[in-house]
Design a binder for this molecule. Structure first.
Ligand SMILES: [Zn+2]
Length: 225
């Protein structure tokens, strides 16, 4: 009679063993019951000492990383922190690695919804405006590799999209040809003469958002669609 099993490899110490899958399940149960933090070497528990990143507890991660406060868990295994600039950092209990800045969750934290699609990388967003104070932010998504060949220009054009986001959660892809936006940019150009800086466009967009926030309630996202 054969006794062929589905098998898997486990390594304990320096020895790799081939065992049945049932054995793996039993081992995992034992391991889960005895996991500890590799920094403070104390057993995890469900109340105050639990893993926020693989093999490290919340207190140890916060002690070694520039995070001001713990916000909480989400998506079952992920955890978020806030730093002293008000940015959100996240890490995952299933993976190694200290908390990293997450632009989308940062904006979400202040009420702004950022349109995402699965072509978008989480941290390719920059924004103009003050996320903690302003009603409007101009969020720019750009990806050097996400664009396409423009046969008219005969060049590769990076993916670049602008969104106007309101703190109430509404947003729109900015249509730069719309009169309302052009008017704000015209005012910004009058206030900030071209000094030849390569950042002049960004500086003027910052100013246009400042002007928009001064008249925050006069506009809705529909004005920029
Ligand atoms: Zn610890």
């Amino acid at each position: 009679m054969n006794n062929i099993q589905r098998t898997a490899h486990v390594t304990i110490g320096y020895t790799e063993y081939t065992v049945s899958e049932g054995t793996v399940a039993k081992l995992l149960e034992i391991v889960e019951g005895g996991r500890a933090c590799n920094m403070c070497h104390q057993l995890f528990n469900n109340s105050d000492r639990y893993a926020v990143t693989l093999n490290a507890c919340k207190a140890c991660v916060m002690g070694t990383h520039q995070v001001a406060d713990y916000i909480g868990g989400f998506d079952d295994t992920r955890h978020e922190f806030i730093d002293d600039k008000g940015d959100i950092l996240t890490c995952d209990a299933r993976y190694k690695g200290l908390p990293e800045r997450d632009m989308i969750r940062t904006l979400n934290h202040y009420g702004f919804i950022v349109p995402t699609d699965n072509r978008h990388q989480h941290n390719y967003y920059i924004y103009s405006g003050d996320k903690t104070r302003d009603k409007w932010l101009l969020v720019k998504y750009s990806d050097q590799h996400g664009g396409g060949w423009d046969s008219g220009k005969g060049a590769f054009v990076p993916l670049e999209v602008y969104y106007l986001c309101n703190k109430d959660g509404s947003y729109t892809e900015l249509n730069k040809r719309r009169g309302d936006w052009q008017k704000l940019m015209r005012e910004a150009r009058d206030l900030i003469p071209d000094d030849g800086s390569r950042w002049i466009q960004r500086t003027r967009e910052d100013k246009a958002i400042e002007l928009l926030n001064q008249r925050a309630d006069d506009y809705t996202v529909a004005d920029f669609q």
